[in-house]
Write a protein that binds this ligand. Structure first.
Ligand code: ATP
Length: 390
């Protein structure tokens, strides 16, 4: 990519139920114009207008009825595909829609029956979980629902900075460029990019988030009927699998969508035998999902953090605040200094309490680290006070 040649406009004709898959070039944005009707991951595109897509974005323009697309700018790749799992995805949406309508029609006093679908999307890395979550949310929002999006993926989450789990209501179809609006998300800061650093802490935060949402749903019949869509991590083996089961139970998920893995599907199907109101559904992975290696993921986390502070188009200017070290208290959860063996009774192992909140010295080790601001009044409340990032 990145050639400086005069721009050439490329025109692509899309047949019905096909998609144009695009990876924008790494250095320069891509301009695109639609003629007809098409959507990007469930959000309809405005026709007849040049839209700009930032470097590195990977997406597909899908049309149900046929469309023509013009592209101006370089891409890493672009190709059309007429084999997509979109029909099966939209069928899932239709079933969820039915459940939402049923929940809405029932008395809001019956909190059980008036609960809309709680969908959890699971699958290995690069199976298209975030993308499917997004489509289901955008299609629901288009029909006027305000479903809650829960993102448990601390590595590649799409609500806020990496290292957090978060939830937010989705009131409008998600903008293909801007992503999820950061208006009033509920954010719990975990502080690492993989749950294996502190599994107990991860579970505790998932519990806290679920409890907070439960309280909100109890007060709000509209969002209860709309239900939620939960995106998860691609870690599905061993502890990762246990964390999936934990999330299914904690959020009382009643629809489990399994993307692209037979083994995970059959394992979850077996588990669900003892849970009559949980439906486990297998869905095909889209051939368009782009695989990303560990290095790429690390890089994109860096971009996400930058975007959080500076905006997608470098249009934010974060301001700094000066404070005295003596006015700030910094804490770390788990993994704090352990008592030396010599200070313990003979034979005892120095086991760190994973949920212990320990003060941290403010020194050079904190340089280039992302910390969260807590609303806790006392250190022992830190775990249960969510963090507001906006
Ligand atoms: P993770 O393992 O990080 O959780 P995931 O399973 O959630 O990944 P996605 O993030 O949904 O996978 O998809 C991976 C990448 O592929 C994203 O950049 C997404 O935009 C892109 N992608 C998904 N579907 C398509 C498609 N049909 N055409 C083009 N690109 C796509």
């Amino acid at each position: 990519g990145g050639s400086a040649s005069a721009s050439t406009i490329k025109q692509v004709k899309l047949e019905r139920e096909s998609e144009l898959r695009i990876e924008v070039c790494n250095e320069t944005p891509l301009k695109l114009r639609l003629n007809g009707s098409a959507e990007i991951f469930g959000s309809e595109l405005a026709p007849e207008m040049w839209l700009t897509f930032p470097p590195r974005l990977k997406f597909a323009v899908f049309t149900w009825y046929g469309a023509t697309i013009e592209m101006d700018g370089a891409t890493e790749t672009d190709y059309t595909a007429d084999e997509t799992p979109m029909v099966s995805y939209v069928n899932v949406h239709a079933v969820l829609e039915g459940r939402r309508n049923r929940a809405k029609a029932l008395s809001p006093n019956d909190s059980e029956a008036s609960q809309g679908p709680r969908v959890i999307v699971v699958g290995p890395t690069d199976s298209g979980k975030s993308t499917l979550s997004r489509m289901l949310l955008s299609w629901a929002a288009k029909q006027g629902w305000k479903p809650t999006f829960v993102d448990l993926d601390i590595g590649q989450g799409s609500i806020t900075v990496p290292g957090c789990i978060a939830a937010t209501p989705i009131e409008l179809p998600i903008d293909p460029v801007e992503g999820i609006p950061l208006e009033m998300p509920l954010v719990y800061f975990y502080g690492h990019t993989t749950p294996s650093n502190n599994v107990d802490l991860y579970k505790t935060l998932v519990n806290e988030l679920a409890q907070m949402l439960e309280t909100q749903f109890a007060r709000n019949a509209e969002s209860r009927a709309a239900g939620m869509v939960i995106n998860t991590m691609g870690w599905i083996e061993g502890t990762g699998y246990e964390l999936l089961l934990h999330a299914i139970d904690t959020f009382k998920a009643n629809v489990v969508l399994v993307l692209g893995q037979e083994k995970l599907f059959s394992m979850l199907k077996a588990v669900a035998k003892s849970k009559p109101n949980v439906d486990v559904v297998k869905l095909q992975k889209s051939g368009g999902v782009v695989s990303r290696n560990a290095k790429y993921r690390q890089k994109s986390r860096g971009y996400r953090i930058r975007e959080y502070f500076y905006g997608l188009a470098n249009d934010l200017s974060p301001h700094s605040n000066i404070a005295n070290f003596s006015d700030l208290l910094v804490y770390r959860i788990g993994g704090g200094p352990q008592a030396p063996r010599s200070a313990l009774p003979i034979g005892a192992d120095p086991i760190a309490n994973p949920l212990r909140v320990t003060p941290v010295n403010i020194d050079r080790d904190l340089l280039h680290m992302v910390l969260a601001v807590s609303y806790a009044k006392e250190p022992d409340q830190i775990l249960s006070r969510f963090v507001v990032l906006s």
